[in-house]
Design a protein around this ligand. Structure first.
Ligand SMILES: Cc1cc2nc3c(=O)[nH]c(=O)nc-3n(C[C@H](O)[C@H](O)[C@H](O)COP(=O)(O)O)c2cc1C
Length: 180
């Protein structure tokens, strides 16, 4: 089963990046991460039927289409979804690669709320796009700082790792191989 992950943080030492890597470690199958930082700003003029999408957009759409499941891992910025991630999703609204695609949404924050606003907004946006959000594969991880080993840039907190494994197994169970 092929997994494509999208991170809402472009930060080099991102805690969400560490969560993403740990989740991918727990995925049984090929897993890649999309480079959404290279996407241009969404512009409907570049998104029509007659338009040729910019190369990074075409690459993202191809990667999403080829994935059996998506995993989104993101921080929350100002009680919202980071612009870079919303921009990536906007490029996928009309093209349709997310339709019925199983998606897990994980937000991690240094605060006790675990990025709950961003998590809810992401689930809402993905549902509007008719993505198949898998509630059992969604998590809001609070107080993320001490749960990560800065040396390995992975989650090392036992209960969090165990729960990440549960989330990933639910995501895998919801996914049907496109090319078994
Ligand atoms: C512009 C900005 C806005 C933020 N707003 C929130 C917020 O609304 N809720 C929250 O939980 N954390 C907020 N944070 C803190 C982030 O959760 C924290 O910086 C986190 O480490 C970012 O994720 P990363 O480590 O994956 O880059 C904000 C951080 C920045 C830079």
């Amino acid at each position: 089963m092929r997994l494509l992950a999208l991170s809402g943080s472009l930060r080099a030492r991102s805690s969400n990046g560490a969560v993403l890597r740990s989740a991918l470690d727990l995925w049984d199958g090929p897993a890649t991460t999309a480079d959404i930082g290279a996407l241009p700003h969404f512009n409907p003029d570049l998104d029509g039927e007659d338009a040729t999408p910019p190369a990074p957009v075409a690459a993202l759409r191809t990667a999403v289409a080829a994935a059996d499941a998506l995993l989104i891992v993101s921080p929350e910025y100002a009680h919202g979804v980071p612009g870079v991630l919303k921009n990536a999703l906007d490029w996928l609204v009309s093209s349709g690669e997310c339709v019925e695609k199983p998606v897990g949404v994980i937000t991690a924050s240094p605060f006790p709320t675990g990025g709950d606003h961003a998590n809810a907004q992401l689930c809402e946006t993905l549902s509007m796009m008719t993505g198949a959000v898998v509630p059992a594969a969604c998590r809001e991880i609070p107080a993320i700082g001490p749960k990560i080993d800065p040396a390995t840039e992975r989650v090392t907190d036992g209960p969090t790792l165990t729960d990440l494994g549960v989330a990933m197994s639910h995501l895998a169970a919801a996914a049907t191989p496109l090319n078994p």
